[in-house]
Design a protein around this ligand. Structure first.
Ligand code: HXC
Length: 510
């Protein structure tokens, strides 16, 4: 028996050694942790149960039958994050550069299927060189198996990808189909084709970092939802994020005990909106003053900054915040902001997370760049997302709610459940100056007359009372009471039960 146990231990030790100490040392020298170190930091101590550590590839070409590593370049299994089950796969760059064989793919598919069956998130840690070149089409088949599971699990369980090294070729499309992607600055990059292919095809000279580094994707392309300084920070933040998420679409969001008084008033909010309507203010301050303990996990912080999205809690229960940000482009809705917020709203709706929307929006961004880029379709995504969402929706208009953007931002007309306005709200087709220039064009040469007309327009429309008189706003509330009123609205909405008409699926303007 002793020998049998020793044999098992020896086999386990061999698998745990990955590509060996030299390759692990090279990994560390690049500022990266090993696949197993990452899992240990992500999961609760001692909770990881590894599966398939003895799996080997079955490729015999190019001398591969002589070149096998138990585990085959990916560590898979399950464990817990603050006591809640998650499934995990972590690419091991020290084994064939983490490249994907059919056997490696089957390991990933196994955890994906288990997660969907049980109803728990899947977290993928990426650090890999794409398709296992020696395996050819088997590798492509393996990728497609993973993609298929990504799609079937979409909207069923949260899927999260963290890019912690190279991520190219076949490896990019699985993350792209997950709910959130995060990257580690300086050590990770993500692209469909690398700099050498780019040079051959387009004659462009570009570095890995400039083509697909964390800054590019978190600030320019919007492919990823956040960039972290290093592996440790990334994994700690993923743990924090998991605490906000339900484990599947069959669950309500988790409730974490809150010590923040639900009736807490915040007098400073009464002066948040400046008296000059063109002066910006920081909408994040409102979110942080309203959410439990000011705890806000922002999604897409550096992309489409004119809208803020992220998770917070009210009375201990997760909500998704969506808010125009007057500090950036006056909070206008453009392509980036619309895409970013639409995707976030849809995530919340998939996973039963109520949406709290703060509105200060001057409209949609004008210009050829936006129109040529398809603002009509992208703006419609946000409209569509808010309209189809059946989770509780609470909206507070703090200042401007102009034109189509008023409709889009979770208005009453798109089945907003509880719609409040601050006394400083201005709900109108457009700002007073623009409106007067159009409807009183004949008086354009008379500045005094125009000023008089502008004042007249402001008195009539630069307030929340016309909308409130129609019932489009349920109440005009004092800013100081915002937290208390949202808490009450969400309590009242706990029993909300609305479904959309039966259909195969909708056809959101992609
Ligand atoms: C097999 C691979 C590999 C791969 C790396 N390795 N990529 N083995 N298949 N795709 C191995 C190397 O041979 C090496 O083995 C070890 O991993 C580390 O690789 P290095 O090149 O030494 O590391 P580094 O200098 O850090 O460069 C990392 C890299 C580079 C940029 C990822 O390895 C690279 O460009 N790899 C090829 C990427 C690629 O073209 N993949 C195919 C994409 S096509 P030893 O034994 O020396 O440690 C694709 C299509 C799928 O993915 C489409 C599905 C839809």
């Amino acid at each position: 028996m002793k020998e049998i146990v020793a044999q098992l231990e020896a086999k386990r030790a061999e698998a745990r050694a990955g590509g060996g100490p030299d390759r692990i040392a090279r990994q560390h020298a690049k500022g990266k942790l090993s696949a197993r170190e990452r899992i240990n930091l992500l999961l609760d101590e001692g909770s990881f149960e590894e599966w398939d550590m003895f799996v080997e590839h079955r490729c015999n070409d190019f001398g591969m039958d002589e070149n096998k590593f138990p585990g085959d370049g990916v560590v898979t299994g399950w464990g817990t994050v603050n006591g809640r089950i998650v499934y995990v796969f972590s690419k091991d760059f020290t084994v064939f550069g983490g490249s994907l064989s059919l056997a490696h793919a089957a390991k990933i598919v196994k955890v994906q299927r288990a997660a969907a069956k049980i109803g728990a998130p899947v977290i993928g840690l990426f650090d890999a060189g794409g398709a296992r070149i020696q395996e050819g089409v088997d590798s492509l088949a393996g990728y497609a198996d993973i993609f298929m599971e990504n799609v079937l699990s979409s909207g069923v369980i949260p899927q999260i990808s963290v890019i912690m090294g190279p991520c190219a070729g076949g490896d990019v499309y699985s993350p792209a189909m997950t709910d959130f992607i995060f990257m580690v600055k300086d050590t990770s990059y993500m692209f469909v084709t690398g700099p050498d292919v780019v040079k051959t095809v387009t004659n462009e000279n570009v570095t890995h970092e400039d083509l697909g580094g964390a800054r590019v994707h978190s600030q320019k392309s919007g492919v990823v939802d956040g960039a972290f300084e290093n592996d440790i920070e990334a994994l700690q933040q993923i743990r924090r994020m998991i605490d906000f998420l339900p484990s599947s679409n069959r669950e309500k969001p988790p409730v974490i005990k809150s010590f923040d008084d639900p009736d807490r008033r915040d007098m400073s909010l009464n002066t948040l909106v400046p008296s000059n309507p063109n002066t910006p203010y920081d909408m994040k301050e409102l979110i942080e003053k309203v959410a439990d303990e000011g705890d806000f996990f922002e999604i897409g912080k550096d992309f489409g900054k004119n809208i803020i999205t992220g998770f917070g809690r009210m009375e201990g229960s997760t909500v998704g915040f969506v808010a125009n940000q007057p500090m950036s482009l006056a909070g206008v809705l453009d392509i980036d902001a619309s895409r970013k917020a639409a995707r976030f709203v849809r995530f919340c709706d998939c996973f039963n997370i109520p949406i709290v929307t703060f509105v200060d929006v001057p409209g949609f961004m004008p210009g050829t760049k936006q129109e040529y880029g398809g603002l009509i379709k992208h703006g419609a995504k946000l409209l569509f997302a808010f309209a189809e969402a059946t989770v509780p929706k609470v909206t507070v208009i703090t200042r401007k709610a102009y034109g189509g953007a008023y409709d889009v931002m979770s208005s009453k007309h798109l089945r907003g459940d509880v719609n409040f306005a601050w006394p400083t709200a201005e709900i109108a087709v457009m700002g007073a100056k623009g409106a007067v220039e159009i409807i009183f064009r004949a008086e354009a040469g008379d500045p005094d007359k125009l000023a008089e007309r502008t004042k007249e327009y402001e008195d009539r429309f630069a307030n929340p009372y016309v909308a409130a008189s129609r019932g489009y706003i349920d109440d005009v509330i004092m800013p100081q009471n915002t937290r208390h009123r949202i808490v009450r609205a969400l309590r009242q909405l706990r029993g909300k039960d609305v479904t959309n008409p039966p259909k195969k699926h909708d056809n959101i303007p992609l």
